[in-house]
Design a protein around this ligand. Sequence first.
Ligand code: SF4
Ligand code: SF4
Ligand code: SF4
Length: 324
Amino acid sequence: MPVKIAGEWLNSCSGCEIAILNLGETLLDLLPQLEFVHIPVLMDHKHYGQLGDKTEIDIPKAVVGLVSGGIRNEEHLEVAHEMRKTCDILIALGTCATHGGIPALINRFSNQELFDQYYHTESTDPGAAVPSNGLSPLLERCYALDEQIDVDIYLPGCPPHPDQIATAILALLNGETPELPFRSVCDTCPTRREGKGKVSAIKRFTSKPDFNPDEPIDQMRCLLEQGYLCTGPVTRAGCAGNNGEAPRCISARVPCRGCYGPVRQEGNQLLDMLNALASNGIDINTMLWLTRATVHFCISLPFSRKKITSPTLKNLPVFRRRYF
Ligand code: SF4
Ligand code: SF4
Ligand code: SF4
């Protein structure tokens, strides 16, 4: 009998859903064993009945639930609870769901500061009202899924590589629990490493790394050794897929930004990165050159969750000034 699957997207950009579609032919191979009962990206099944005639949210019972995106408003919270109720095994799909991701950068600001920034600036109409009609009220912050509901399986990545989604589904079909690799992006990176790069200051992302585009990626020197903030040492492997490709950003010759999160679920990517920089002889104060966007994942993940794993970092003057 096919395994029933439900999917939902909450505070999501839909990139994680596109990763499901990017399963491509693997998805076609899996389809005879699966029955999608509710998944907005693939089928039209509405929360309150096809004619809007139901008064309570209706997501059919499923064995596996895939939920992407964090929880930012009351509707997300309600749908998340409903998915938890109706799905036996709940998978947090993507870094927004596992850690809060990019949207959780907002957690450094209150909702009032957010609204003021959007609706009460020099260029907005004086007295402009914050829209509320038909919009679900915001919660006070953006939450990772497991800050509000129980999660059984974590599949980080922005988005997760389709190979990892397929591996997880196949494991579940075989009655096994999918395991995430306890390796770092560096462990899957083919770039050339020669030891400390004799670089003491971080370089801007906008400066061009040293590489020859006509040469294969394994001829390029490690970007961290070239002085770029490549968060490969502290980021969980996975984006290279299962076929021995290079990590996604590295194959585009840009540094890893840490989107898979820390190697350990409760690890502190930022603290580990500072250690990695220091052991490469790079002065961490030179990170002042970087913009908030440049380091978004690495900086945000330890702080986006309510449980701050390393409160002492908040007292570092350099980060306090730039990021809080
Ligand atoms: S994890 Fe990335 S791809 Fe997935 S919903 Fe969040 S921002 Fe989009
Ligand atoms: S630091 Fe970056 S470039 Fe260097 S090995 Fe790790 S992932 Fe590759
Ligand atoms: S290289 Fe880093 S930032 Fe890029 S996709 Fe992989 S884990 Fe994410």
